[in-house]
Structure formats: C-alpha cells, structure tokens
Design a protein around this ligand. Structure first.
Ligand code: FES
Length: 176
C-alpha cells in the first residue's frame, strides 16, 4: 500500500509527470483546474489505486488550486477511492435495470465469496467491493466493472469463475 504523510513525499514518475503536463497543456494557463479529473486518475493509477489526502494535496499544488477544490471532486465521483483498496476493485451496478435483473443477489453472492461487505476490502487484500450507479450497460445486467473492464450478464457461476480467474491472475503476477 502506498501512503504518504504529506504532499512533499508525493513524487510522480517521469512518465506520469509527462502525462499530467500533456493534459494541463490542453487548457489555458489560468484554467489548469480543468485538468483535475485526468490528473486524479493518473494519481490513483500511480499510487496504489487510491488518492490519499496527501496525494490530493499534491494534485492541488500541481494545478495551482486550493486543496478543497480537489477534495470536492475526489469525493463526488465513485471512481476515486479515498482509502486503500485491494488488488481488484469490484464496482457492481445497483441501479434499477441491473437491480431488476438480480444485482442485489449478485452483491450478496460476492460478499459471501470474498468475505467482506460493500465498502470493505476482503481479508486477503484481494478484492474491494463497491456499488455504483448505472454504468451504461443496462441491457447486460447484472454487471460490474473491474478497472477498465466490464463483466456482464453475471450469475453465481460466472461470478465464481471471474473471482477464480482474478485470484489466479494475481498469483501468477506474484510468482513472476
Ligand atoms: S442499470 Fe446497470 S448498467 Fe445501467
């Protein structure tokens, strides 16, 4: 887990810095704040899948804005994690169409399988379970998002297979 006590400890990699500069260059010099979303995404990817207060402070410094202007964005959007997360963040859609197709049962099934409730990380540190609003795949519910990927038309069997695949993937990564 990557954590920092203060923004002075937060150092982006060279590649991330370049990417941040590229986004900032899309906007007039006095409108750097407009890059807050992509810069937060870069920060989250760079520092272990979450944005701590120190990381958010660093983002504010880079953009020349007040920390509160970053906090209000980071706390509004569910795609930003405000506390440490597991290897895989399971974001299950719970909006109406997915609910009608069984998202409540799917969530309960996942909770039982990974051993934690919504908003928590599994004891083995592998999964963080979140619920989110519509991910625009309503015809394929129940569904969830893991990082960039959508997994659709899920049922208990396909969900178990997905969790097993992810565990295997993490184990393979570890042994390399
Ligand atoms: S309601 Fe679940 S993706 Fe739209």
């Amino acid at each position: 887990m990557v954590d920092f006590k203060d923004k002075s400890e937060v150092k982006f990699s060279e590649a991330a810095q370049k990417e941040i500069e590229r986004y900032i260059s899309h906007y007039p010099a006095d409108r750097k704040k407009s890059a807050v979303l992509p810069v937060l995404h870069i920060a989250q990817a760079e520092f272990g899948g979450w944005v701590s207060p120190a990381v958010q402070d660093k983002v504010a410094e880079i953009l020349g804005i007040e920390p509160i202007e970053v906090y209000e964005v980071a706390t509004f959007y569910t795609m930003f994690n405000l506390k440490p997360v597991g290897n895989y963040v399971l974001e299950v859609c719970r909006t109406g169409p997915c609910m009608l197709r069984g998202s409540d049962q799917l969530i309960e099934h996942i909770e039982n399988r990974i051993g934690c409730k919504v908003g928590e990380t599994s004891p083995d540190g592998m999964f963080t379970l979140k619920t989110v609003e519509c991910l625009a795949a309503c015809g394929m519910g129940p569904m969830l998002q893991i990082h960039e990927d959508y997994h659709e038309n899920l049922d208990p069997e396909s969900m178990d297979k997905l969790l097993e695949d992810l565990r295997n993937k993490a184990a393979a990564k570890k042994s390399n």
